[in-house]
Design a protein around this ligand. Sequence first.
Ligand code: GYE
Length: 327
Amino acid sequence: MKKQKKNLILPLLLTGLLFGGCSSHAAQSSAEDNTDLIVVGFSQVGAESDWRNANTRSMQEALTAENGYRLILEDAQQKQEKQITAIRNFINQGVDYIVLAPTRETGWDTVLTEAKKAGIPVIIVDRMIETDDPDLFTCWVGSDFRSEGDKAVQWLEEHQDGRKLRIAHLQGSIGSSAQIGRTSGLDAGIAAHDDWTLVFRESGDFTQAKGQEMTEKLLARETDFNVLYSENDNMTYGAIEALQSAHLEPGKDVTILSFDASSKALHLILDGKINYDVECNPLHGPRVRKIIEQLESGETPLKYTYVEEVSFESSNLLESVIEGRGY
Ligand code: GYE
């Protein structure tokens, strides 16, 4: 596995002893000078959504010099080629760990084989990869995206209210686990109901701008729909703009289901503009830190860790719940 070095506890203890009475700034510069930091190369998908930004912050806050880490963050701007280049650079730099939040599921075998040959453990976060060789990564932590889709479908069943459903669907980035799971949940729901019809389906690439653009395209083509199933909150914000410009009332004329449950979306639930939002938890920083600590002390972390998630609608949402959340 990795080269033998670095005891997480010792540098922290020494820092504590040496700088116990000093400012955190002094402690921080000592840690930055410390060549014994654990170096983590993190290939992040991009900055396409509030979820993603919260996820980046969570990693930056967990893997600090004070905690014993040097984090090298590479933003791939939603491009897999950039992630492959970043991973190769991490290998050349001889990082201790690679953390990969994959843009899409397929296409990782070659570069991860290179990481394996270099003896660098790879931790996958958020989305999953598809590979025949599970030894290409050490472990994965993220969400059960199919179950998120199933929750939305179940809520829609319970709130169909005798209507025939005509569903417009904004998909996330095609080929990502978040898109694949949430789409397959909806597809199963449509297949199980004769009176649910899919009237529109396009990818908004998880961004607000594209969510708005695709909803404008929808409105130009088809106005007879009463449900919008949007695979993330940022696309939903764009969709709400487009619906309002077309004098449709989001949450009333169109039932809106969304994913992520970021704080702005939760306020939109309170405003009655989003009907149901399935939480997707982005706070993976402490989880990754814990995995690295386990590996450093010779333990074997669980191969797959699914994060527990809830969902929100106006009947179970209070302002105080929104304030207490970190994203
Ligand atoms: O739902 C979306 C983001 O992979 C869970 O990616 C993540 C998704 C999240 O851009 O907002």
